[in-house]
Structures are given as structure tokens and as C-alpha cells.
Ligand binder design. Sequence first.
Ligand code: XMP
Length: 509
Amino acid sequence: WILILDFGSQYTQLIARRVREFNVYCEIHPFNKDLNDFNGNRPAGIILSGGPSSVNDNGAPELNTDIFNWDTPILGICYGLQILAHNEIPGSVEKAERREFGRSDLIIDDRSDLFKEIPEESVVWMSHGDHIKELPAQYEIIGHTDNAKVAAVRHVDKQIFGVQFHPEVVHTVYGKQILGNFVSNICNLEGSWTAKSFIESTITEIREKVGDDRVVCGLSGGVDSTVVATLVHEAIGDQLQCIFVDNGLLRKNEFQNVLDIYEDKLHLPVKGIDASEQFLENLEGVFDPEKKRKIIGNTFIDVFDEAISHDDTFKYLAQGTLYPDVIESISFKGPSATIKSHHNVGGLPEEMNLDLVEPVRELFKDEVRNVGRELGIPDEFIKRHPFPGPGLGIRVISDVDKTKLNMLREADDIFISELRKQDLYDEVWQALVALLPVQTVGVMGDERTYEYTAALRAVTSVDGMTADWAHLPHPFLSHVSNRIINEVPGINRVVYDVSSKPPSTIEWE
Ligand code: XMP
């Protein structure tokens, strides 16, 4: 496996994703991790990430020189390279006269090992303010650009490499092959980490951990919780109890449809609980988006707690924590500002006294999907657009009531079913309708109308962190708009949201 030491780069997760694309397992740890923790299971290679600091800054992250103890191949990227040089000659890194952000042409001087089979000239992505002024004698240059004399280096007699550019970003055209050379040729790792091997080892781990005890799992209808429940069910059968709550904020017919799939196709032991009245009561008259999120989250906890309170045999709670959440909490950076308080089952309170089973906590979203496919979860589930925990509650802009929810449900159903019908559903990352509190004047037949506005939103994205509005065909938008206005009483106007994230977000609240 590969150890990635994080110096705070926004791209660290990308390094991990790229390495895993070679079916090689890797983990991200903070730069100051105690490496003795890995003595029982040493990595076959170490990658030092980039980072926002300058090695000369006071308090800049330092190199843990224990990395040299194992004779393991090392690749330093950007800050990772600079810290290697700085470690040999303090002061060898300085502020560059010309900072470099964006594309640059790499000219390779040595096409063995790291650059094996990479063309002599190719486009790479740079993002740095410092550069190496003086190369330590133990290192030699293997690549340069017009602006950076030292764009890639190799230790003369050890397996230590460094690159100033970012091989992990897609804009570095041969980046994937360069990382592949490091992982396969230099660290000699074979790609044996597949969804299948993950499932086998995870099932064994769950069995060992849980023994004869019982596990409860909250299902949301999304991919993560479904994959978790299916994995745990494969491992311990009916020692698992799943709970699926109707919060009254789901899409049209969703509660029943999803419950049917859970029962009939996935054979999960699931209990459906209709708590919609309780949620709607608690939400009555609340306008503030953050308050709505908190109320929905807390009501969920109450309902879940009540559902299992009659049964004290549950010892574990299974939940779908993903690797990005884990990294966020172990990284040395503080967690980023709360833009929206996400409600997930993750927020269950400690008093519940349940130990956690988090079988996908080392996986990225796309890896969870692969595991789901391998487990035989139907594609209609795997390919579903993300749907937020607070559901339609944050898509009725302003206060939530049944009438507005029903309008929104109908409009949403038309938009989503038309996307499917016209083969556009898989082209967009997520699509939704928001019901705006704006009433405007219209004319229907000879009558004046004064009704609500529906906003359609569809985005393209890779991970939901950044997104662009989807350029859906105009005839399609026009057809959906006609259908909504004609078929949904109470809505007389449809608009299309053309904002990207950032600065907007995907959901309106
Ligand atoms: P935003 O609106 O922050 O959303 O751009 C990014 C992605 O997260 C989803 N989202 C949520 N998912 N619980 C969730 O599980 C939540 O509370 C929540 N809020 C937003 C959103 O639908 C989009 O996919």
C-alpha cells in the first residue's frame, strides 16, 4: 500500500484517488504522523503532498525524517519536493521571481523510471510560489520547464523522486502515467485492491467485530447507506435491522418504491416508519434554512431513537461515513467553515450508546458505487442523483407545508421523469426543483392567475464540491416548463437556474 503524507494541499485527496485507480490501496495521514504506527504493516511507497505553506515560513509543516528509515521509495510533489530539498540544504528553496499557476511545458531530461514511456515534451500543471534555487548534491534534474530549471528530480542512489508540478490533476496530461510509474514500476505494487477483494475482507472484518451482537442501520434511500446495509447483511444476516423513515419530505412515491426495492430486491430486514406528521408539525412556520435543517436532523434522531428504544439488544450502529469525511477530521487543517449543516445519520448522539460500524469509511463515493455494483445492487439505485438528508424540506424555499410540498413533488416528478425519458438523467450529476416563495401574475385561458414559481436546477459535477449548471437543450426545458405549468395547479412560472458553484450552492437552502 501507499502512504500519502498530507502537507495541506487541496489536491491531496486527488492523489489518493489516482493511486486507487491502479487498484492499489492508499491512506492519507497528516505530515507529522508517527510512522512507528505502521511498523506492523509498512507501506511500499510514500508520497509527500503539496501544501499552501512556504518551507521557510515559521511553523511550516516539517519533514518527518523517519520516512528515510524504511528504504521505501518516496515521491515528493510540489511542497513535498521542496521540503526534501530544504531538509538537505536549509535555504535552498526561495520565493520564485515568477510565481507559476496553470499549464507549463515539461521537458524530460531522463526518461527512465518515473518518466518511463512519457513523451519528451508534455503539458503539466503548476501551482507554486517558491522554487528550488540550489539543488542538493545528492539529487539530479530529470525534467525542466522554461520557467523552472528544477521541475523534476531524482536522488542519485536512492529511490527518491520529486516533481514541482502536480501529476494528480487531470490537466497534467501524462500525470496518471507518471503516478502509475511510481506505484507500479518503482514501488512494485500490483493492482490487487478491487471491489471484490474489498467486499471479501470487509465481510470478514464485520463478522469479527460484531460477533453475535445486533446492528441497527438507518437507510436513506441513497447509495451509501444501501451499500453499508447490504454489506452488513451479507456478513451477519438478520442480526441486522434496518430502519427507513418517511419524513414527509421525500419525492413522489419514493417511500413505497424504495421500501419495495429494499424488501423485494435486496432482501434487507427493513422496518418502514411513517413519521411525516411529526416532521411537518415541527417545521410549521419555520423560515430559516439552518433552523429547518436542525429541526429535520433532530426529529430524525427522535424518531430513530424511539424506534429502537424498545429493543435494548442493539449494540452497533452501521453508518455510511465516507473517506472524505474522515480525512476532513484527521487532517491537521481545521475543518472548513460551516456553509450548511449537513444532516446525515452520522449525527446520532452519543447517549445512544451504540458502537459504530463504518465499513465504507475508507472509500470515495465512486468506489462505493463500484462496491454496490459488485454486491448486485440494481443500477437504478447506484446511478441515482444525490438527494439531501433534509429532502424537499430545503427545496420548499420559506416555510414548509403540505400544499407546497405537494406542488413541489409534482413538479419534481415531471422534471426527473422527463430527464429519464429523454436520456438526460445520467448526463447531469444532480437535478432538482425548488419551489420559490414568489407569487407572480400569469394568464391562463382568460383568467388572471397569481401563483408560485418553480426553479429548475441541473448541474454537472464530479464530487459536488464544485459544479456548473447543465446546458440542457432548450426544447427540453421548454417541454418541461409547459408540462409543469399545465399540470401542476398553483405554479404559473418556471425558471432555470444558471449559477455555478461556487459562488452559488447546488441546493437553494
Ligand atoms: P450544496 O447545496 O452544499 O450541496 O452545494 C452539495 C451536495 O450535498 C447535498 N446536500 C446534502 N446531503 N445531507 C446530505 O446528505 C444534507 O444535509 C445535504 N445538504 C446538501 C446536495 O444535494 C448536493 O448534492
